[in-house]
Design a protein around this ligand. Structure first.
Ligand SMILES: Nc1ncnc2c1ncn2[C@@H]1O[C@H](COP(=O)(O)OP(=O)(O)O)[C@@H](O)[C@H]1O
Ligand SMILES: [Mg+2]
Length: 283
């Protein structure tokens, strides 16, 4: 496991119990989604597992070792954290200077820093913005720049807090494609938070459902979406296409053996059910 949280508790100064015995385990190399409604504790959990907040109780392990044993530099080489709002993350005058900040702090020589900045900007698709002032960037470009800043540290895991929030559908799809590329080609473990249930079956190997600071459900998307009532109790819902599958099954007697979670799955199920129906009539 590259990341583990065991029975983690966190209480804010005003007494809000944001995490109440949260357990997660993230296997190396997977694409993992933390699914939870607003206020369920996603951001707090990310801050605790990246060392920004100290848990009141419980333990965090990174690559099998307690997080306390890591120096800041070691931790930044292991885990990159991309904030929800890139305006909270970016602070240097230009894109290039911002992406260079981490590698410079690792005391890498200037040739290596330049190489990493170039490679990171190429990976996120904005090499042409190297000298662009941050405040001229679009929101989507800022998101990419903040991901580049984390990539320049060459982390093993990237944690992203609601990476598609505030983006239009095309922008959201591009960011998700980028994350898939980092996961599949660069072998970076991805752990991202969202409340968008429709993203889960398309991208996640594993999903953790967070509710009131505790893990309510965990497993593959299929396992988690089979627990429809528990999801509804957590202020979530089924993916739209699964809901359609459920209606076709219940109201239109369409025979399906499991809930479709993606448009591709739904299409195959509908076509084969229609074929069976056609064969039945022909007999
Ligand atoms: N700085 C803070 N002080 C007090 N309460 C907070 C603070 N930040 C978040 N909370 C509370 O902690 C709970 C979890 O919040 P958060 O982790 O931001 O959830 P999410 O990211 O899932 O929306 C919420 O009830 C929220 O109001
Ligand atoms: Mg949040």
């Amino acid at each position: 496991m590259i990341l583990e949280a065991q029975q983690v508790h966190y209480t804010y100064h005003d007494g809000t119990n944001a995490l109440q015995g949260t357990d997660i385990a993230i296997p190396k190399g997977q694409f993992v989604i933390l699914l939870g409604s607003n206020g369920s504790g996603k951001t707090t959990l990310f801050k605790v597992i990246t060392g920004l907040l100290k848990p009141g109780r419980g333990e965090i392990r990174v690559d099998g070792r307690p997080i306390k044993e890591y120096s800041k530099e070691e931790l930044y080489r292991k885990i990159g954290f991309v904030f929800q709002d890139p305006n909270d993350q970016l602070f240097a005058p230009t894109v290039g200077e911002d992406v260079a900040f981490g590698p410079v702090n690792l005391k890498l020589d200037s040739a290596e820093v330049a190489r990493r900045v170039k490679a990171a900007l190429e990976m996120v698709g904005i090499p042409h913005l190297l000298n662009k002032p941050i405040h001229y960037l679009s929101y989507g470009q800022k998101k990419r720049a903040s991901i580049a800043g984390v990539l320049a540290m060459k982390p093993e895991v990237i944690i992203l807090d609601e990476p598609t929030a505030g983006l239009d559908p095309a922008g959201a799809r591009e960011i998700m494609r980028l994350l898939v590329k980092l996961n599949k080609e660069e072998r970076i473990t991805i752990f991202m938070a969202t409340h968008d249930v429709d993203l889960v079956p398309l991208y996640a190997d594993r999903v953790f459902v967070l509710f009131k600071g505790g893990i309510l459900l965990a497993g593959t998307p299929q396992e988690v979406f089979n627990q429809k009532e528990r999801l509804r109790n957590a202020q979530l819902r089924l993916p739209r296409v699964a809901h359609l599958g459920e209606i076709l099954f219940k109201k239109d007697n369409l025979l399906i053996d499991k809930l479709p979670l993606t448009i591709g799955e739904a299409r195959r199920m509908v076509i084969s059910a229609v074929k069976r129906e056609g064969e039945r009539h022909a007999r």
